[in-house]
Design a protein around this ligand. Sequence first.
Ligand SMILES: [Zn+2]
Ligand SMILES: [Zn+2]
Length: 378
Amino acid sequence: MNEELKRRIGERRAAVDGELIALSNALHADPELGWQEHRSSAAVADLLAAHGFAIEQPYLGLETAFRAVCNPGAGFTVGFLAEYDALPGLGHACGHNLISAMSAGGAIGLSEVAREAGITVEVIGTPAEEGYGGKIELLERGAFTELDFALMAHPAPVDVAEAEPFAVAHWHIQYDGRAAHAAAYPERGVNANDAFIIAQTAIALLRQQLPKSVRVHGVQTRGGEAPNAIPERTEGRWYVRAETTEQLLELEQRVLKCFEAGALATGAKLTVTPEGGRYSEMRTDLEAQELYRANAIRLGRDFDVDPVAATMNRASTDMGNVSLIVNAIHPYIGVGGDASNHQPAFADACVGAVAEQTLRDGATALAWTALDVALGRS
Ligand SMILES: [Zn+2]
Ligand SMILES: [Zn+2]
């Protein structure tokens, strides 16, 4: 029965390939940042509505989130997660346009057999993955609890079945000092930019004592207004990453001390504001992961990749938080070429013939995996 259902899923997906590619291209051509994905989320939801899904948008009070449901009330509920936010200045350099198209294509393919397989098929549109934790916001509002299994595939340089994301905290940093004429009355100033210099120097020195498995990185987004005015306010965005939330909490305290050092030395006031909830490590459903790998190999995907290239997939994802309450997988799927995520060339790689094959394979592999999991567990 499985084989017959899989054949029909593949055929249904193939029948909508043109629409999936058009969706992916449209998102790519019109990148929207986290929490502002109005056109993108509507485009994904519209496609699903056209294929028989009932749409709820806004979802749980979030304008750019949605839920699409097909065959409600069946015994087993599968949720395909769709991300669609882009990066400032880099467009779709993380390939979230393909995530949306793969999840929509997987869900439409699976919907073909939903009734006889006893599956409720959902797509949850999850905004703001790039740093603002849209899925965490959704979790706090009660999302995902109805799911028996959640899945998505993320574009990457090469195919890697297992996600090993870092836990991460995202901080907005602000120093407030006092402006003064830099030549006439410098002694009246409190230099909020020097505070950043001290903090960054302290972090750079701290690295010597940090384990290899953590990451601390950021950008200063405001450094001052004029060379002849002592900077009164400076701002930045910093990420701290570790293997687990537990390790992260410890590391955060050490990095905070570096920012406090900037304030202490200059007299500027420090304000640290989280930009969203902490992303956790991932608890992968290993059995489902191996089903995905087998399905993807059957479609011609290659997991026998250079181990160095494979480690480039280590980032962070708010899917980690979802995986703590729902069985979940988050495999990476290759788009070819030399570029890696968050490079302009990676955005280029997320459209075109190779990306379209990635889309087709990813959609089918996800749908087949969801079917295998549902039939094996319901
Ligand atoms: Zn990214
Ligand atoms: Zn991403």
